[in-house]
Design a binder for this molecule. Structure first.
Ligand code: DGY
Length: 409
């Protein structure tokens, strides 16, 4: 047991609100979807029951459609914008109106395999909700082939350059005055711009205006892009959900069908000009033409290839610590600006799971060691400058503590 292990556990406990965990106090004062799934994985290293509790509270927010929202506003907090009064989704508890990377089944499998006896009945209770969420992704968001997002926030990689071509088509000029709260917690240089926020809110206003009708948002909304990151996470999650279903004695043929269909759509997000998987504007078919860390999640879904490895090593070798969230050899690269360059410990953990499965344990170990050094040097920050190690974003961050306990230490 090291001091950092103790600190990581203490962070999970401090951010534990009783059944759900905040990403960090102040900046993110609610339950966030994929943060929560990582939290569960972290809890599983010392409190298996608490890990399943986390997944339970997340899945309990499920909409009738099957969607699991990206934020669950369990209790009022004036420190965050946009709160439930802006989203107006009419859910109880209040939630946002979009989703987030569907990694809960990936984490559920990892947690289940850590203690199958303790987890079997917990998994059995959770399983139908996971299936319904995956069906929602398949039926609502994979109608173009790869997984589509209707808001950059849905990708989890909010302001990465992948979304620039889609955001160009969003008119943020009609959004009324509002006060950002994130800038009270983190320096503006490390957060999205005002132009980004105007557009983020304009997209929320569209969803609210159509009563959060999924079909209208996909057919007429201001933003619709194919996300390589979510596509690969969903594909891996389908496979993991099928493994879990088999362990419970369920018929998993429907899930296997979703996975086969999604895998057959991968050529649609392969950009020959970039020599990598790439985001695509689904309104006009245009590729983003920029390398983002979502492409490297291909390894998680068993979809790595030699060209992608060349791109991974080029981008990674251009910085010093961890896989950068955006291509360091492009003009838009900014090593401290959220998803436009920083390295994110949680994404590194997912990429490493994929690299290990691909037989590249050498690369996975390099990634682990570099991520661990960042955390050892500065603590459990949200993200880091991959060039000079500057810690960025929120501190005492749940998911960074979680991946320390499960992977990086
Ligand atoms: C934020 O508020 O920055 C979040 O990333 C949105 O989910």
């Amino acid at each position: 047991m090291t001091n950092l292990d103790d600190q990581a556990r203490a962070i999970l406990r401090q951010n534990d609100m009783g059944g759900y965990t905040l990403p960090t106090h102040g900046l993110y004062p609610y339950q966030w979807n994929w943060d929560s799934a990582f939290a569960a994985w972290g809890f599983a290293t010392f409190d298996n029951a608490r890990a399943w509790d986390e997944l339970d509270t997340l899945m309990a927010s499920q909409w009738e459609s099957g969607m699991i929202p990206h934020i669950i506003f369990h209790q009022p907090d004036p420190g965050y914008f946009p709160g439930p009064d802006v989203w107006q989704t009419g859910q109880s508890p209040a939630t946002s109106g979009i989703s987030q990377p569907p990694i809960a089944a990936i984490m559920a499998r990892l947690i289940f395999e850590m203690d199958e006896d303790a987890g079997r009945e917990r998994l059995r209770a959770l399983y139908p909700r996971l299936v319904d969420w995956h069906r929602w992704w398949h039926e609502v968001r994979c109608t173009h082939g790869p997984a589509a997002i209707v808001h950059p926030w849905e990708s989890g990689r909010d302001n990465c350059p992948d979304w620039d071509i889609g955001m160009d088509g969003v008119d943020g000029s009609g959004v009324g005055p509002y006060e950002r709260r994130d800038l009270g917690h983190v320096h503006a240089d490390m957060r999205p711009t005002k132009e980004d926020y105007d557009r983020y809110i304009a997209i929320v206003e569209f969803g609210r205006g159509v009563g959060w009708n999924d079909a209208k948002i996909v057919s007429d909304g201001p933003f619709l892009m194919a996300d390589p990151g979510i596509t690969f996470m969903l594909l891996r999650a389908h496979d993991d959900l099928a493994v879990l279903g088999r362990a419970l004695g369920e018929d998993v043929s429907e899930i296997e069908g979703w996975a086969t269909t999604l895998r057959s759509a991968l050529p649609l997000i392969w950009n020959d000009a970039l020599n990598a998987f790439d985001a695509r504007n689904l309104r006009n078919g245009a590729f983003a033409n920029i390398l983002g860390s979502g492409a490297f999640l291909a390894y998680l879904a068993g979809a790595g290839n030699p060209q992608l490895e060349t791109q991974l090593l080029r981008a990674w070798d251009a910085v010093n610590y961890g896989v950068p969230s955006a291509d360091p050899e492009t003009a838009s690269f900014n090593p401290r600006k959220y998803w436009r360059g920083p390295t994110w410990p949680v994404v590194n953990a997912l990429i490493a799971i994929g690299l290990n499965a691909d037989g590249r344990s050498d690369l996975a170990e390099r990634l682990r060691a570099e991520t661990a050094e960042l955390i050892r040097t500065h603590g459990f920050y949200e993200y880091f400058d991959p060039v000079d190690t500057t810690p960025c974003g929120g501190k005492n961050f749940t998911w960074t503590a979680a991946i320390w306990l499960t992977w990086a230490s």
